[in-house]
Design a protein around this ligand. Structure first.
Ligand SMILES: NC(=O)c1ccc[n+]([C@@H]2O[C@H](COP(=O)([O-])OP(=O)(O)OC[C@H]3O[C@@H](n4cnc5c(N)ncnc54)[C@H](O)[C@@H]3O)[C@@H](O)[C@H]2O)c1
Length: 253
């Protein structure tokens, strides 16, 4: 796909992996719409990459439609990258024997799964209305899973369920959208040095880095953005989940 001059919507683009993707795509001449509930952060990243921003919540369908319409206005929307999401720690039964809180489980599915569903479906609908480019291609959707989809650790019931859903949606979404020339991919990151992990003390972050097969360090968010750019440029990549994790296999705890 030719990137220069096309438009992309990036959810969670105010921070971490989404912000790095905004920078990587902006550097390729993509007009980026940063969609995030953190308005100040979204504005700041949008200004840095010469794009625009939409403040809103990915779990709210109307906010998502507004952000997609904004991204599709003025240049052709070809990319939707879903990075908004978060984690949760909670076991099937708590230490006192009480069951996992349902509202926490629902919150994580709503944000990580329904948020991705909202933007994927609305962006695909907008892309399907565009004139196709070379090879009949109309777009690419990249959703963010996690290695927790495969190696869920103790306490990751809700998070792993949500990331397993991202993995599970990849093939059927790619099949559904193949008729309109839209590809669907997912990235399953390992341990990345984003604001999420920056909150940990240095020694704990170092220890996490040592658990990676090679290289023994946390992932750099720019490497996530780099993979999104490669996925966009190489249109023979489709319907697959790629682990981006330095070979890590998460232990039970
Ligand atoms: N950092 C890692 O090591 C890692 C590993 C595996 C998977 N992931 C996944 O990557 C994604 C991005 O993680 P990150 O580390 O960049 O996190 P981050 O906290 O740095 O960024 C997440 C962004 O999403 C936004 N957001 C959260 N809820 C939102 C909502 N309801 N509507 C709109 N925006 C919302 C936040 O404001 C924030 O800007 C998440 O889905 C996370 O599960 C991260």
């Amino acid at each position: 796909m030719e990137l220069n001059g096309i438009s992309a919507i990036i959810t969670g683009g105010a921070s971490g992996l989404g912000a790095a993707t905004a920078r990587a795509l902006g550097a390729q001449g993509v007009r980026v719409t940063v969609f995030d509930r953190n308005e100040d952060g979204a504005k700041s990243v949008a200004e840095e990459v010469g794009g625009n921003y939409a403040a809103g919540d990915v779990t709210e369908p109307d906010d998502c439609q507004r952000a997609v319409d904004q991204a599709a206005d003025g240049s052709v929307l070809r990319l939707a990258i879903n990075c908004a999401g978060t984690g949760w720690v909670g076991r099937v039964i708590n230490r006192d024997g009480s069951p996992h809180d349902l509202s926490a489980f629902e919150f994580i599915q709503r944000l990580n799964v329904i948020g991705t569903f909202n933007v994927m479906t609305k962006a695909a609908s907008a892309m399907a209305k565009t004139e196709p480019g070379a090879d009949g291609e109309r777009g690419l959707i990249v959703n963010t899973a996690s290695v927790a989809a495969f190696d869920g650790q103790t306490g990751q019931l809700a998070y792993s369920a949500s990331k397993g859903a991202i993995v599970g949606m990849t093939l059927p979404a790619a099949r559904d959208l193949s008729v309109v020339g839209i590809r669907v991919m997912a990235i399953a990151p390992g341990l990345f040095d984003t604001p999420l992990l920056a909150m940990l003390p240095d020694d704990q972050r170092d220890a996490l880095g040592q658990s990676v097969l090679f290289p023994k360090r946390l992932g750099v968010p720019a490497q996530y953005g780099q993979l999104v750019v490669e996925m966009a440029k190489n249109n023979y990549l489709n319907a697959e989940v790629i682990r981006l994790d330095g070979g890590i296999r998460m232990p039970p705890k």
